[in-house]
Design a protein around this ligand. Structure first.
Ligand SMILES: [Zn+2]
Length: 256
């Protein structure tokens, strides 16, 4: 799928398993917001967003002579900025000629960090299924899938006298689903098909002209998501609920 002119093609959108891929420089590594940034025609790096932290890794020039260490990735107006520094400071002097427009580079995402981020993100979505299974039909809101205290917010209230029980039940349900395992489907679909996979309707912020990317756990209804996920629910490993409150629903996946 081609990206709009000037936009970076998000390769992980179509294939989130590709952690190593070629790309082409879009120009001189530039100073952006006081940091040095590499911009490419396409990227397998997941930029911070949707509650998921950025990937890290390295971008290597065709000759192998210049290595740019990617410490943070952000997307702005459709352009992905890979922030970081050249491993050898001298290679980055001036323009860093090997990264200029039209030059081939190879992208390598840090696999361990990606795996953790995917497990945390999937665990957040799994909680939605557990909520439904427990009869808690609350609409999921913001997710925070960072390792330092991941959480999911829901619109609505759990009666105060049920919080402790529900917390225990949610954790039990989550770990049962993890033990059972089920395929995780992540793909881009035509709007109508995407709506069907999500139980018939999509949130209004999704344009009817778009081809939404959907994540779907087993037989549960899917939902729109731009993040990365595990291949099977079993790969989440284990999930421990630390807090369930009417201010912020918090959980913590253990053994991560
Ligand atoms: Zn998501």
């Amino acid at each position: 799928m081609a990206a709009p002119a000037g936009h970076t093609r998000l390769a992980y959108f179509e294939d989130m398993w590709a952690l190593r891929a070629p790309a082409t420089g879009s120009g001189c590594p530039q100073e952006e917001g006081g940091r040095r940034a590499v911009v490419l025609d396409a990227t397998v790096f997941h930029p911070q967003g949707g509650g998921q932290p950025a990937d890290t890794g390295v971008i290597v020039s065709a000759s192998g002579g210049a290595r740019f260490l990617v410490e943070d990735v952000r997307v702005k107006d459709g352009v992905v900025f890979h922030y970081g520094r050249f491993e050898d400071a001298a290679a980055g002097d001036g323009c860093g000629a090997e990264f200029t427009k039209g030059q081939s580079v190879t992208l390598e995402v840090d696999a361990e960090r990606r795996k953790l981020n995917s497990r945390l993100h999937s665990a957040g979505h799994l909680l939605d299924s557990c909520m439904t299974n427990l009869g808690l039909h609350l609409e999921p809101g913001k997710g925070y899938h960072f390792p330092d205290g991941p959480s999911v917010e829901y619109k609505g209230v759990v009666p105060a006298d049920q919080l402790q029980d529900k917390k225990i039940q949610l954790e039990k349900e989550a770990n049962e689903l993890i033990l059972k395992g089920s395929k995780v489907l992540v793909s881009v679909f035509p709007y109508e098909e995407a709506a069907k996979l999500c139980g018939g309707a999509l949130p209004s912020y999704i344009s009817q002209d778009s081809t939404p990317r959907i994540v779907k756990f087993g037989d549960y209804p899917g939902c729109p998501c731009g993040g990365t996920h595990v291949a099977d629910i079993a790969d989440i490993g284990n999930l421990k609920m630390i807090v369930l409150s009417n201010i912020l629903g918090n959980w913590h996946p253990e053994n991560f």
